[in-house]
Design a protein around this ligand. Structure first.
Ligand code: ADP
Length: 500
């Protein structure tokens, strides 16, 4: 086996020793174990295509063991169930401290595995991960019930917010560590036990996070980590009757499958799925800000964001100007490996690169105009040029405009009036996010109301905070992560009646 690390990477000794283990294990019941089958899968560096190691490929048996461990950890008399909320909060805070202390290593692992610029991993993703654990550490002592004013005489009715039980957390590869935090932090804050299934493209940082959680002192079985393929590892988790809740982030296609399969056991499901988000620039916007905002809205993280502002609507009088400035700005984007001073990295895998290039080819042959980009960059690694198409309303039903590409591709289109932009912006099966650029705040508020999206940004894009809820309308899913909404997502309400 030859592990190869990018020549430009100068890695922390802990990262090197982690990578040089070469073969990574599963965390089940507090113990690191091989998959029962002994099977592994390969992990690649998308900036080079080189092998980074082998991760254990969990199968049905491993899933059954992890569920048993998580169930045992959730038993009524278990250490975890008896733990005070305050102590649970302290454990989550300790994880945050450990992540902070190991920030460099975690950021390096995410960059190796996902390809994103190291600066983004270190100054973007990892601090947000820390913030999530701290935010939910604070929540453990604030998960309250209520005392509804019932009209039954001599009766007290009160509610308790209780954990759901064993939560299967299935995450994608675009923000490997952050997606783990989005799910683990609230699930554990609420007193659940968890089985995390990282994406097969990017399992490494989650494994290191698992080690830090063991070090923080979570009782065995409270946090389990199963690396493996969607099928069988993810699917077996969804099918298992011992799982109480599945929280999934990923494609709409897999989300639908998960919902169908979870219905067999009526397992609770929350889904954060794809998007095809409209980003609307009015002629009265601060053009410098709007163009820069529109640029990073879609090209940030190489377009691999469910919120990517991939449909850019521009009011006709400024349309030509925006297309021109956007093309020029896109030309200044440095695409490169994460260890260089690149703005964006490769897409995550060869398969993803081929998908993205396929959409671009289709756009080209459909006859709409391409202003910039359109191809692969270099021969090594999976780099795709930032690509800009433009089209008029007749192009709205092209696959390129309708489907989520999850790559650095934007389609710009002019609009003339309010009714048109509302109708066309909402003409999508998705409803995850939207952007509005204008100096007229009344218009911004009106449009924020009219757009069918779980998140709307005004004169900004891709702002996130642990305190603010996030999730989709329409086929972008349901359930809200982050904020106090995530507490509802990982608890159920019990109503207790007492006659006196
Ligand atoms: P993407 O398109 O971002 O790769 P996917 O929806 O394919 O997203 O994958 C997101 C996560 O879902 C990954 O962890 C993947 O392994 C998992 N997954 C894929 N297929 C299934 C399935 N049939 N059941 C459960 N999980 C799955």
């Amino acid at each position: 086996m030859t592990i190869k690390i990018h020549e430009a990477a100068s890695l922390h000794e802990n990262t090197l020793s982690f990578i040089h283990r070469e073969r990574h294990k599963l965390l089940i019941g507090g113990v690191w174990v091989e998959a029962r089958s002994g099977e592994t899968f390969e992990v690649f560096d998308p900036a080079t295509g080189d092998l980074l190691g082998h991760a254990a490929a969990a199968g049905e048996e491993d899933v059954a063991m992890a569920v048993a461990a998580a169930r045992a950890a959730f038993a009524p008399d278990s250490e975890w169930r008896r733990m005070t909320p305050q102590k649970r909060g302290e454990l989550l805070w300790k994880v945050a401290d450990l992540i902070e202390a190991n920030a460099r290593e975690l950021a390096e692992l995410d960059t190796l595995d996902n390809g994103k610029p190291y600066r983004n991993s270190l100054y973007g993703d990892v601090p947000q991960v820390v913030a999530h654990f701290r935010y939910y550490a604070g929540w453990t002592t604030k998960i309250e019930g209520s005392v509804p004013p019932v009209s039954v005489p001599n009766t007290l009715n009160y509610t308790r917010r209780e954990p759901l039980g064993v939560c299967a957390l299935i995450i994608p590869w675009n923000f490997p560590l952050l997606m783990a935090a989005w799910k683990l932090a609230p699930a554990l804050a609420c007193g659940n036990t968890a089985i995390l299934k990282p994406a097969e493209q990017t399992p490494l940082a989650a494994l290191r996070l698992g080690e830090l959680m063991v070090e923080a002192g979570f009782p065995a079985g409270v946090v389990n980590i199963l690396t493996g393929l969607g099928v069988p590892a993810g699917s077996a988790l969804v099918d298992h009757p011992g799982v109480d809740k599945v929280s999934f982030t990923g494609s709409t296609e897999v989300g639908k499958l998960i919902m169908r399969n979870a219905s067999n056991n009526l397992t609770k499901v929350s889904l954060e799925l794809g998007g095809k988000s409209p980003n609307v620039v009015f002629k009265d916007a601060d053009m410098g800000k709007a163009v820069k905002g529109a640029l990073w809205a879609v090209f940030g993280n190489t377009g691999q964001m469910c919120t990517a502002g991939s449909r850019l609507f521009v009011e006709r009088p400024v349309y030509e100007q925006v297309v021109e400035q956007l093309s020029e700005a896109a030309g200044g984007i440095r695409v490169g490996h994460g260890w260089d001073k690149s703005h964006i990295g490769p897409v995550v895998s060869q398969e993803q690169m081929e998908r993205v290039l396929g959409y671009i080819d289709e756009g080209r042959s459909s006859g709409i105009e391409m202003h910039r980009g359109g191809g692969r960059l270099g021969e090594r690694g999976y780099f795709v040029e930032p690509t800009i198409f433009s089209h008029d309303a007749s192009g709205d039903d092209l696959r390129l405009i309708r489907e989520e590409i999850f790559g650095p591709v934007v389609a710009v289109t002019p609009f003339d009036d309010w009714e048109e932009v509302v109708q066309r912006a909402n003409h999508t099966e998705y409803g995850l996010a939207a952007g509005i650029w204008t100096s007229d705040l009344s218009k911004a508020h009106r449009l924020a109301e009219a757009l069918q999206a779980g998140t709307v940004w005004v004169n900004a894009y891709n702002l996130f905070d642990a305190a603010s809820p996030f999730g989709g309308y329409k086929s972008s899913g349901f359930g809200r992560e982050m904020g106090k909404e995530a507490i509802d997502l990982y608890t159920q309400v019990k109503s207790v009646w007492v006659s006196y």
